[in-house]
Design a protein around this ligand. Structure first.
Ligand code: C2O
Ligand code: CU
Ligand code: CU
Length: 462
């Protein structure tokens, strides 16, 4: 696609209008741009130093980015790699131009090029960032980081730990194995061999005994669906996908773990054990096995804090769905018609097509000749009926907007605002949203092998 065709496509939804969640904040002067230099890195994850990683520093994970709600975020993404890239701010409702999706909202950032992102952050909560070009490689090799937006008013915790949960596919020598296979891409996706939190195996963090801690957990793996429990503490889940909960989410236990699909986040308030030396552990459960992902340790004299001392987090500005006037849109997630060869744009293809939305597989990066899955009217309410006809699990993510599940054919889902929903095998979920942010918004499975072999598309809001 040439530059003119691209501009025409992007021009179709050229609104830079800020949503109501941004309009509430006074315009801020531009801070000095943060520099995010995408580069090759090395890091000791296990016994040996792993080479050929991708990060924003030569020897460290991508940093936790922190801004205050209502502030302006300005970052220069500098591409110091041979492969192109593009940066996406997952879950943050930005103007479409800042969304970081190659060909849909911007050009790929090629070697030695810099791309400036500049937006006001309207939503408080736990978000994350990752590339949306060479996504399979760059994410699997390390480039995923948390993006924390602090509430305007301090919610009153004594401490905080943020955990970026992800796998690495490393061999015994500590070096990367093949990142994916066709066989796995056509099924559940390829899992890593080493489970990490903040690039470490079972890291421990100290907090004052009896203190109130905010635990932020982000699932940034390319594939893994986490089933989490928290042992050793009382607490509650206060936000999902960044947004304070409207309906309670059950406390995660071994028998009823919290399912966090690739892309999702949870904010958890907990009270540290009163006794010094006691621990709180975050575990992942798969089948009969469980594994500790991270540990919190009580230290010092007890604080004697109580969960009831926490006021509810103020909700982000999200217009509620008007079910009376809403229109129904059906999305079928399933197999792909045969014979489609993915196009090989700058942003990488896995070389296969296995998946589709409404039987239309996404052909690769370049959006030429492929229209939106659906066209939505700005300001109108919609119900998306998302039907998973496959036996595999799909965490489905929508850019630019938030939605809440209304019903499932299989279970009771708390109706909380989210940007990613994990569909179980053969599950049908209705999600409701107001199309309040204009632009072309990507919608795809966050198992990157599914995304890159067809399970992707976009909706247009205008
Ligand atoms: Cu987190 Cu389109 O992605
Ligand atoms: Cu996103
Ligand atoms: Cu999927």
């Amino acid at each position: 696609m040439d530059r003119r065709a691209f501009l025409k496509l992007a021009g179709g939804a050229a609104g830079v209008t800020a949503g109501a969640h941004i309009a509430a904040f006074a315009a801020k002067p531009s801070p000095d741009p943060l520099q995010l230099r995408i580069q090759t890195a090395r890091f000791r994850i296990r016994d040996a130093v792993t080479e050929n990683m991708v990060s924003t520093a030569p020897d460290a994970p991508p940093p936790v980015l922190r801004v205050k709600q209502g502030d302006r975020f300005v970052a220069d993404v500098i591409n110091a790699m041979a492969d192109p890239t593009a940066m996406h701010w997952h879950g943050i409702r930005v103007p479409n131009k800042m969304d970081g999706v190659p060909y849909l909202t911007q050009w790929p950032i090629i070697e030695n090029e810099t791309w400036r992102y500049d937006f006001t952050v309207g939503d408080a909560g736990t978000y994350w960032y990752h590339p949306h070009c060479m996504t399979m490689q760059q994410m699997a090799l390390g480039l995923t980081g948390l993006f924390i937006v602090e509430e305007q008013r301090d919610p009153g915790f004594d401490g905080e730990t943020a955990l970026n949960l992800r796998d690495f596919r490393l061999g015994k020598d500590g070096q990367f194995l093949k990142l994916y296979s066709a066989r796995k891409a056509a099924r559940g996706g390829t899992l890593g061999t080493v489970m990490t939190a903040n690039w470490q195996q079972d890291p421990a963090y100290d907090h004052k005994s009896g203190s109130l801690v905010r635990l932020r957990v982000g699932a940034t793996d390319t594939t893994r669906i986490y089933r989490l429990s928290i042992e050793g503490a009382d607490g509650k889940i206060i936000a999902m996908d960044g947004h304070p909960v409207r309906e309670p989410v059950a406390w995660p236990t071994e028998n009823a773990p919290l399912v966090l699909g690739a892309g999702q986040r949870a904010d958890i308030a907990l009270v540290m054990p009163a006794q010094e030396g006691k621990t709180v552990v975050l575990k992942h459960h798969s089948g009969m096995r469980s594994r500790t992902l991270a540990t919190l340790r009580s230290v010092g004299q007890p604080f004697k804090r109580n969960l009831n001392e926490l006021a509810a987090l103020p909700s982000n500005e999200v217009p509620d769905v008007d079910l009376g006037s809403s229109e129904l849109i059906e999305l079928l997630l399933g197999w792909s018609p045969d014979g489609l060869k993915p196009n090989n744009g700058l942003c990488g293809s896995l070389g296969y097509t296995f998946w589709s939305i409404n039987r239309k597989p996404w052909p690769g990066d370049a959006v030429k000749d492929i229209g939106p899955i659906a066209e939505l009217k700005l300001g109108k309410s919609y119900v998306l009926r998302v039907r998973n006809e496959s036996p595999n699990i799909h965490p489905i993510h929508l850019h630019g907007l938030v939605f809440r599940p209304l019903r499932s054919n299989q279970r009771k889902l708390p109706s909380n605002w989210m940007d990613t929903i994990t569909l179980l095998r053969n599950e049908v979920v209705d999600i409701g949203l107001v199309a309040d942010n204009p632009g072309n918004w990507a919608l795809h499975c966050h198992v990157i092998e599914h995304q890159k072999t067809g399970l992707a598309g976009y909706i247009r809001v205008s």
